[in-house]
Structures are given as structure tokens and as C-alpha cells.
Design a binder for this molecule. Structure first.
Ligand SMILES: [Zn+2]
Ligand SMILES: [Zn+2]
Length: 394
């Protein structure tokens, strides 16, 4: 393949995913153009050519005129541009569905007949996580109660939306109500009852009430095991949740075999790139990190971050969780490493944390518990960095 063609393909890739490293770029290029003979050497050369090109362009054109009129942004609903108001990215969709006016999307959400339009994009399934989601779902619940219709699904959806927005106290009574109704009307061993037991458990765990969450997981696990078998996705989800709870309790010895079993089955049945597999890689990585097994944890966490960036896109909250864990690990490695080595690791840790804080603010909001955790972790890295002699904030 000619050098010019590699250059053109790379230009597109770097615009889409500015964070991709050389190795990933090679893989992507080979995916895009099967049969293409391209290695790290060619990509490195093309990257330096691109850099030179950028510098030349920046020198030639005044910075304000650059990048403004790249492609015409249009709202996918009304098809108008910025003249009708600012265009925003409401979800993770790319291409023609990337930009919209918030008012257009909100109007569509209010009028749509689709069950999930109230709270998430039907295409990419990214949740809007906003006040309108809660308003529309609450109104739906109200209407179902008034008409004496089945409320389990709406209770569950509204509760999980509240949970996703960090409003745990408001979510709890809704999950409890849904679970109670499901136990009564569908039975103790019904799949939906099981799902609700697990959901309530995970909410209580998010709230930090581990003692209340554990018996729920154990109940769900016992029934799941009996009715679905141990390798069923629902059973694996419960095992995975229980492993995180045990880890949070400090019982690492009990948590580790559960994490390993779930990861093994998911790699086997779902493949290495499935979001559930990624979540498992991340959980095991974080556990090994807690146990001090850094050498085993780091490749797992790096695998999780890299795969997440590719499959979920950098705005997805799951990616953030992974970036956060990797950042924490890097900070600890930085604490332990000798001075020169540590300098490089701190840079990487700080960059990852800044990315996590920025994207988290954008997607979850400034007051979400996860955002606050990311901000706290960034503070810790900066603190550790200051406390290490010879570190310079380059
Ligand atoms: Zn519009
Ligand atoms: Zn979307």
C-alpha cells in the first residue's frame, strides 16, 4: 500500500479516535483494508508526516479560521444547523445522528411512542441521564397507577434511571415495591423476580449497605443456580455482583475465585470484546490490584481500557470506570516505583484522571457520586506527585 494511502486512512482514524496508540492504529488499518501490508514502522512514519502537515497548516492559517467549517453540522431531527440554536451530542451516536438541538430531542422524547424514548437513545442505548427522563418516567408510573395497570416494568425502569443518576434514596422504595409485587404476582422463582432481587442488591451496595445487599445476592444466586444453571448470563451477573461485594467487605480470598470463574466463562461464551467480558476483566484487574498483585493487574486493566475505548466509545460510563481503575493502579505503581520510572507513570495517571473527570462531568454531571470520586482521585494523584521529590509538573 502506498504511503499516501496510509496517510489518508490515518488522518481519518486520528480524527475519530485521537487517543489511539500506534499498535491499535495498525490493527484498525488492517481491519479497514484487509490484505494491506502495514506495520508499526509505516504507521510511525505516517504519524510524523501527519504531525508535520498539521504544523504547516497551523502556521499557514490563522488559528481562528481553522477547524470551523470542516463539515456542516446539522440536527438529525429538524435538519437545520446552528442558526436554530446550539447543536449538542445527546448520546453516543456517530455519523448523521451525531448532532441535534436539545429542544428537538426533548420534543421527540415527549411525543414518541417508543418505550425507551423517555430515557435513552433507541440506537446507541446511551441514557440521557437528565431531569426529563425522570419527569417522563414518573408521569408514566402515575398513569399506570391511575389505570390500575401492571407497574413492575415502569417501577424498575424509573428506579434504575434514578440509580444511574446517583439518586439512590429515591430509587430504593421503587425497587422494593416492584420486588414485592413481582414476588406476589409472578412468584419467588420467576426470572423477573430474580432480576429485581439482584437490582435491589446492587442499589444497596451502591449505597454502601453491604450487610443488606449480601443476603439478597445469596438468595438470587441460589435460585438462579437451581433454575438457570451456573453458566447462564443472569447467574454470572449475580456471581459477579457478589464478588464485588465480598471485595468491598475485604474478603479478597473469597472474591477472587468468583471473579476468575465469571471472566473465564464470559471470555469463552461472549468473546473478549463483549461489554460484560470487559467489565469482568476490569473487576478481576481491580481485585488483583487491591491484593497488591500489580504485575498481573496492569495488563488486565490496560486490556479493559483499550477494548472499551474501541467498542463503547470514550463517552460511555463503563469506559470511565475502567480509566479510573487504571489511573488508580498507575498512581500506586508511581508510589512504589523509583523516581525516574515514576515520573512517566504519573504523567499517564494524571492524563487518564483528567480525561475521566472531564467526560464524567459531561455525561454524569458535576454532582454525581462517580464524578466526585474521579475528582477526588485526580486530587490524590496531584498530591502524590507534589509529595514526590524531583517531580515536575511538565
Ligand atoms: Zn433541531
Ligand atoms: Zn444514540
Amino acid at each position: 500500500m502506498a504511503q499516501q494511502a496510509i496517510l489518508d486512512a490515518l488522518r481519518g482514524l486520528k480524527t475519530e479516535n485521537p487517543g489511539l496508540g500506534v499498535k491499535r492504529l495498525v490493527v484498525k488499518l488492517r481491519e479497514q483494508q484487509p490484505g494491506m501490508e502495514v506495520g508499526t514502522k509505516e504507521v510511525r512514519e505516517a504519524l510524523s508526516a501527519l504531525e508535520a502537515e498539521c504544523e504547516a497548516t497551523a502556521a499557514a492559517a490563522p488559528p481562528t479560521a481553522h477547524g470551523e467549517e470542516e463539515d456542516e453540522k446539522r440536527c438529525w431531527i429538524c435538519l437545520e444547523g446552528e442558526a436554530n440554536g446550539p447543536l449538542v451530542q445527546m448520546c453516543a451516536c456517530r455519523g448523521t445522528a451525531k448532532w441535534s438541538h436539545k429542544a428537538c430531542v426533548d420534543d421527540w422524547r415527549r411525543k414518541s411512542d417508543k418505550e425507551d424514548a423517555a430515557y435513552r437513545c433507541g440506537q446507541c442505548k446511551d441514557r440521557y441521564r437528565d431531569a426529563l427522563s425522570l419527569e417522563l418516567l414518573s408521569a408514566r408510573l402515575q398513569a399506570k397507577r391511575t389505570n390500575d395497570e401492571d407497574t413492575i416494568l415502569t417501577l424498575d425502569t424509573l428506579a434504575s434511571e434514578l440509580q444511574a443518576q446517583g439518586k439512590y434514596d429515591e430509587a430504593e422504595p421503587l425497587y422494593r415495591e416492584a420486588l414485592e409485587v413481582s414476588r406476589e404476582t409472578q412468584g419467588e422463582r420467576h426470572p423477573e423476580t430474580l432480576t429485581l432481587i439482584n437490582s435491589l442488591g446492587s442499589l444497596l451496595q451502591d449505597k454502601g449497605d453491604l450487610a443488606a445487599a449480601e443476603p439478597l445476592y445469596r438468595e438470587a444466586l441460589e435460585v438462579s443456580y437451581d433454575t438457570l444453571g451456573w453458566s447462564h448470563p443472569d447467574t454470572l451477573l449475580v456471581i459477579s455482583n457478589l464478588s464485588m461485594l465480598l471485595r468491598a467487605k475485604g474478603d479478597l480470598a473469597a472474591a477472587e475465585p468468583l471473579c476468575r470463574a465469571v471472566l473465564f466463562v464470559r471470555r469463552e461464551f461472549l468473546g473478549n470484546r463483549h461489554p460484560d467480558t470487559l467489565s469482568s476483566i476490569n473487576i478481576l484487574g481491580a481485585l488483583l490490584h487491591t491484593k497488591g498483585k500489580y504485575d498481573e493487574a496492569e495488563p488486565l486493566l490496560r486490556e479493559a481500557v483499550e477494548m472499551s475505548r474501541e467498542t463503547l466509545g470514550s463517552r460511555h460510563p463503563d469506559t470511565l470506570q475502567n480509566i479510573n481503575n487504571l489511573g488508580v493502579l498507575l498512581k500506586i505503581k508511581g508510589d512504589l516505583c523509583v523516581l525516574l520510572e515514576a515520573q512517566g507513570k504519573y504523567d499517564e495517571a494524571e492524563a487518564l484522571h483528567r480525561e475521566a473527570v472531564e467526560v464524567s462531568r459531561e455525561t454524569l454531571g458535576n454532582r454525581h457520586p462517580d464524578t466526585l470520586t474521579f475528582i477526588r482521585n485526580l486530587g490524590e494523584v496531584l498530591e502524590a506527585r507534589r509529595a514526590t521529590p524531583g517531580q515536575s509538573a511538565s
